[in-house]
Ligand binder design. Structure first.
Ligand code: A2P
Length: 271
């Protein structure tokens, strides 16, 4: 019967800055991604983040910073999140379903944007864990491939299952009728694990410092301030260690107001 398959009628918007969830995908016990409607007025630069959340039990919005994982041309918004079982927000947010409302403040900000980097030849996108989210946006943005001759994505997690969101996204890019041609021969993807035994292992910092990644991908190394530009998104310790490594190679940290050779942002929602 036709009615059985019909989509549920959209519910009336009740929350301030409400958006409606359109898709939810659970990747592991501690990782999920979701998509929602995009406010018509929301313009953002790929790589930026917004404040997002749910209404708390006390009637006040409970919001956290979330990198937008979808590219700026997408009709919808996508987010990639951890699930913390006793986390104030993600213990609830992990149970959202299609048709539910979330709160999204339409004020995008952030430093992982092309504007904060000087022109260069080779772009490195370096992430641990959910720090991949802003790069899910940037790797799907044609501007990334227009601006650089090559793009290298390094993503490191403890276990292989934690890499799956990124792995499928990069695979889909290569198949995409629009972006597929742009990334051909330009995009290199280097996922590694640090705990589970897999063919490619090791911390991003170690694989850069030892030169292993240059060997494995047949690239010139190390990075230079003339050719290389870097975006970094991970844990505090990771960000600090990468910063030290980059500065050792003569790259300087940039900002929107003062573009340079690398930019850093903490992967949000640690709860
Ligand atoms: P490791 O397993 O060696 O700690 P977490 O799950 O703790 O957020 O870490 C995500 C990934 O980031 C793990 O693979 C972890 O490696 C790695 N990592 C954590 N801290 C650093 C750091 N300071 N430098 C490089 N990689 C790091």
């Amino acid at each position: 019967p036709a009615t059985a398959a019909a989509a549920p009628a959209p519910r009336a918007k009740t929350l301030p800055d409400a958006q409606t969830v359109t898709q939810v995908q659970h990747w592991t016990e501690s990782l999920f991604s979701f998509r929602c409607t995009r406010p018509q007025s929301l313009r953002f630069r790929s790589g930026e983040f917004v404040m997002l959340g749910l209404m708390g039990d006390n009637g006040k919005p409970l919001l956290r910073a979330y990198s937008i994982a979808s590219p700026s041309w997408d009709d919808e918004l996508e987010f990639y999140s951890i699930k913390v079982q006793d986390g104030p927000l993600t213990s609830k947010l992990q149970h959202i379903g299609v048709g539910d409302e979330i709160i999204l403040r339409p004020k995008p900000v952030g430093t992982l944007v092309h504007d904060a980097l000087l022109p260069g030849k080779r772009l490195w996108l370096l992430a641990t864990g959910t720090g991949f989210a802003p790069f899910a946006s940037l790797t799907r943005d044609p501007e990334t491939y227009e601006k650089y001759e090559s793009v290298v994505v390094m993503h490191t997690c403890r276990d292989a299952a934690d890499l799956e969101y990124g792995r499928q996204l990069i695979a889909a890019l290569r198949e995409d009728p629009l972006i597929g041609e742009m990334v051909e021969g330009k995009l290199q993807y280097y996922p590694t694990t640090t705990r589970e035994e897999t063919p490619f292992m090791g911390r991003i910092t170690d694989n850069l410092a030892s030169g292993k990644v240059f060997e494995d991908l047949d690239l010139a190394g190390p990075l230079t301030p003339e050719a290389d530009r870097v975006m970094v998104c991970g844990s505090l310790g990771f960000n600090l260690d990468i910063k030290t490594l980059m500065e050792g190679w003569g790259l300087r940290e940039g900002a929107n107001s003062d573009p340079a050779e690398f930019v850093v942002e903490k992967a949000f929602v640690g709860e």
